[in-house]
Design a protein around this ligand. Structure first.
Ligand code: HEC
Length: 456
């Protein structure tokens, strides 16, 4: 089906164009005749395709072996040359991130040239071993597993679902958590998860297990959802919500920061809040009961991460205000002046269905540009948390500038309205048909030498 969608959007022309140019490139020294699967292609497929295209993952086909790959060469060529696969909206030439799935120019031309040369296997003995993936944990044996208490019903109406869920927990005592890893239950449908921790200090809430287990965020705004889940303290005030503690997209491995960075202190009673649980469309009624591996830490986090939100619901104003009239393509900006040196580890650009492109960088006081991220073609479905390969220092008095372009014309195939209508941000709304323009930054106050710390 994706291939049909591809053909309909006319991207084949782009493919032919890219193919023609890539064939004329001579970046690689191996001549086309000598390109073989076992030596040149298998390592690329294993690193860039197999993490998603394997049994027990959400992708429709497996891409692990020579046979898997050669049984669909034309389709593979089509999806890689159009840039649809691997899904990685950030421009890898602007900034290259940890765990990047995008193919380099050289990798693309190797695959194309190998296919054009008849896709020979070469000596299978020279092929690297099949990569090992873990269905239950990439990080080892968890100290504790929290599971969604009751299966979440997913109606078979072929619609995406966006839920907010709560998983109440009770630890033996106040503790420190170093990592939380999601283990999707329904591997075909769990698309995107983002988790926070809600903490109750002693006595603020008599029973933190009450309330609805989950709420549809297309129907209720954030505040209403919090009330339905019964998150507020007994006196109606709000408990502490941690920064993002875990996030998931198919093919993404959990991030464990180097020793001493990240981690969180938690009170013994609380709730793991899945504020954004996105299930893909299902043709039949089904359910999900995902679980979460918890890894404790023996000591308090030395350098816990802070979270800063620019734009919608954040600390900076959007200019002009985020109102997008029908039949327009509009640009918006938001800026933040950095008061003291900061060390950025992960960023998460966020827009909804009208998003078209996203660009963020910092201008230092001496006039240098620090690249943060560029997404030439926004893709609502693939909203990664992008982690830098090395900590990114932003000097004091730099200005972080964020530009977003939104397409509210009927030429945007994702436009939720036909004909287009005015779309705006709405305080507290997480509905996909309202817009958002955010850059979420996970950071720490800068310490000497941070810029040399590798996050890989
Ligand atoms: C991050 C996960 C991910 C990675 C990495 C990835 N894919 Fe995919 N792929 C998917 C998903 C999910 C689909 C189903 C279509 C969709 O949801 O967009 C898909 C669909 C496809 C299809 C169409 C399958 C069909 O229905 O016939 C092909 C071909 C494909 N991918 C090839 C590749 C190749 C080649 C690579 C590596 C160069 C790759 N993919 C990397 C997730 C991934």
């Amino acid at each position: 089906m994706p291939v049909i969608r591809l053909l309909q959007t006319g991207l084949v022309f782009t493919c032919i164009f890219i193919l023609a140019t890539s064939c004329s490139q001579t970046e690689n020294t191996t001549s086309d005749q000598n390109l073989v699967y076992s030596v040149h292609i298998a390592p690329i497929i294993h690193a860039k395709c197999s993490p998603c295209h394997r049994p027990g993952s959400s992708a429709p086909i497996n891409l692990l072996t020579f046979e898997d790959v050669t049984s669909r060469l034309k389709t593979i060529q089509l999806v890689i040359n159009s840039g649809i696969m691997p899904p990685w909206p950030a421009d890898p030439e602007y900034v290259s991130f940890k765990g990047e799935k995008a193919l380099t120019h050289n990798e693309k031309s190797l695959i194309n040239n190998w296919i054009e040369a008849g896709a020979p296997e070469g000596n299978p003995k020279l092929s690297p071993p099949l990569p090992v993936f873990h269905d239950n944990s990439f990080l080892g044996k968890p100290d504790m597993v929290l599971q969604i208490p009751n299966p979440v019903f997913i109606k078979g109406d072929n619609q995406d679902k966006f839920y907010m869920l709560k998983i109440p927990f009770e630890f033996p005592q106040d503790t420190f958590i170093k990592a939380i890893e999601i283990v999707p239950g329904n591997k075909k449908l769990v698309h995107h998860v983002n988790a926070h921790i809600v903490q109750y200090d002693r006595g603020e809430k008599a029973d933190h297990t009450k309330g609805l287990p989950y709420v549809d965020t297309e129907k209720h705004d954030k505040q209403k959802a919090y009330e339905l889940l019964d998150l507020p303290n007994d006196d109606g005030t709000y408990p502490l919500l941690s920064p993002s503690v875990s996030n998931f997209l198919p093919g993404v491995e959990p991030v464990l920061y180097p020793e001493g960075i990240g981690g969180i202190k938690v009170t013994k009673q609380g709730v793991l809040l899945l504020d954004n649980m996105h299930y893909g469309p299902s043709p039949v009624d089904t359910s999900d009961q995902s679980s979460f591996n918890i890894f404790f830490s023996p000591s308090a986090p030395k350098r816990p991460l802070k979270e800063m939100i620019l734009g919608t619901s954040g600390i900076t104003r959007i200019d002009p205000p985020l109102i997008i009239p029908p039949d327009t393509v509009m640009s918006f900006t938001t800026e933040y002046r950095v008061p003291s040196d900061m060390s950025i580890v992960t960023i998460n650009p966020h827009m909804h269905l009208l998003g078209k492109s996203f660009h963020a960088y910092a201008m230092t006081p001496s006039g240098d540009t620090i690249r943060l991220i560029r997404i030439p073609e926004w893709d609502f479905k693939w909203q990664y948390f992008y982690t830098y390969k090395k900590i990114q220092k932003i000097p004091a008095r730099s200005v972080i500038k964020v530009h977003g372009v939104f397409d509210n014309t009927s030429a945007n195939p994702n436009n939720p309205f036909d004909p287009p209508r005015t779309v705006t941000e709405r305080a507290g709304s997480m509905r996909t048909t309202d817009e958002m323009f955010q850059l979420i930054i996970s950071w720490m106050p800068y310490q000497n030498g941070d810029e040399n710390i590798s996050l890989e």
